[in-house]
Design a protein around this ligand. Structure first.
Ligand code: FMN
Length: 335
């Protein structure tokens, strides 16, 4: 049997398949099931910076103690019993006790405000690592690209100052120079980047004439965005890369590893097929390794990254040239 163990964020994983942050990872019992079916690690359901700030602001508006950070933290201990934050810390500590696989906590954030103190609480509760889901939709006309990028760097620096455990950043792809930004973030003393987050997206219901949701789950066709950027950035960053979005089977895991990912996150496929589907994904990965005579993941990781390709331009092709589109359409659709 091939060895599918790997390392991500300096943590040893029994498989490269990580269950991404979602409702699949919001209870210790669910996490134990995911471990049983072969998850390499789990990223817990995120806590939102707003939830942390709400507690924090509440604290200030009432009988807040002195203005020193340690006082805040002691006061946190006192005030947060039986509310959201306490529940989140319990989720970390209980999961940590129940399973052997790494438990990665997660915070959704878009500012570097006072909430960053809470990262230390997460570390103290026993999280093996922390993933920051940073998302700023670049929709404000007056906001410069530089300003948005600076916010990312400030958040990372504030959180890095609080914790020693490995830190990963989950990002989107709305940047004016995506490769430059990925590279810059990787040099911020973080341990991993997750490419990419998938956001809630709008649609329009033309019968009801109202805004609707474009669908919560990804499809296998969504794989190509992260595949391109994992392949382009592999070995050009100063941290690990985890692929996320559109991984719906073992073949997609193989593709992301060939592109150069250190680990692969899965969510929608497990919502659609149940946690036991992890076993199917892992079986497919192992069968492919056997068919290609690979014993370890490192023997093929990154073999098809842009850096290793004879024709690196293949990952940078963006326009459909007439020749390719006609030929592909004839093959697929008999037009
Ligand atoms: C129901 C649901 C809840 C999610 N909740 C979170 C969350 O709390 N934090 C987060 O960073 N990502 C969250 N995500 C995004 C996933 O972690 C993942 O990035 C996204 O679904 C793309 O992966 P997939 O194609 O495997 O689904 C959620 C996704 C779904 C479908």
């Amino acid at each position: 049997m091939p060895d599918i163990t790997t390392t991500y964020l300096g943590l040893k994983l029994q498989s490269p398949v990580i269950v991404g942050s979602s409702g699949l990872t919001d209870k210790p019992e669910k996490i134990a099931r995911l471990e049983k079916h072969g998850a390499g690690a789990v990223v817990l359901k995120s806590i939102f910076e707003e939830e942390i700030l709400m507690e924090y602001e509440h604290m200030f508006s009432e009988e807040a103690p002195g203005r020193y950070k340690d006082d805040y933290l002691d006061y946190f201990d006192y005030r947060i019993k039986e509310v959201n934050l306490d529940n989140y810390l319990s989720l970390i500590s209980q999961s940590r006790k129940l399973v052997k696989i790494p438990v990665i906590a997660s915070i959704n954030c878009s500012t570097a405000h006072e909430w960053t103190y809470f990262a230390k609480k997460i570390q103290d509760a026993g999280a093996d690592a922390l993933e920051l889901n940073i998302f700023i939709l670049p929709s404000v006309l007056a906001q410069s690209a530089e300003n948005i990028e600076r916010t990312y760097l400030n958040i990372i620096q504030s959180v890095r100052n609080e914790i020693k455990i490995p830190l990963a950043v989950k990002m989107g792809y709305y940047f004016s120079n995506l490769a430059g930004m990925i590279s810059e973030l990787s040099r911020c003393n973080i341990n991993g980047l997750v490419l990419f987050n998938r956001t809630y997206s709008p649609d329009i219901d033309i019968e009801k004439m109202e805004i609707s949701s474009a669908g919560v789950f990804s499809s296998p066709k969504d794989l190509s965005v992260s595949l391109r950027w994992i392949a382009i950035m592999a070995n050009r960053v100063k941290c690990d890369l985890a692929a996320s979005t559109g991984v719906h089977d073992g073949k997609a895991v193989v593709k992301q590893l060939l592109a150069g990912a250190n680990a692969v996150q899965v969510v929608s496929a497990l919502y659609e097929n149940g946690p036991e589907f992890l076993e199917t994904i892992i079986k497919e990965l192992k069968e492919w390794m056997i068919s290609k005579k690979y014993e370890k993941i490192d023997q093929f990781r990154g073999l098809l990254s842009q850096e290793k390709q004879v024709n690196p331009a293949l990952f940078e092709r963006v326009q459909f040239m007439k020749y390719f589109s006609d030929r592909d359409m004839q093959k697929d659709h008999k037009v």
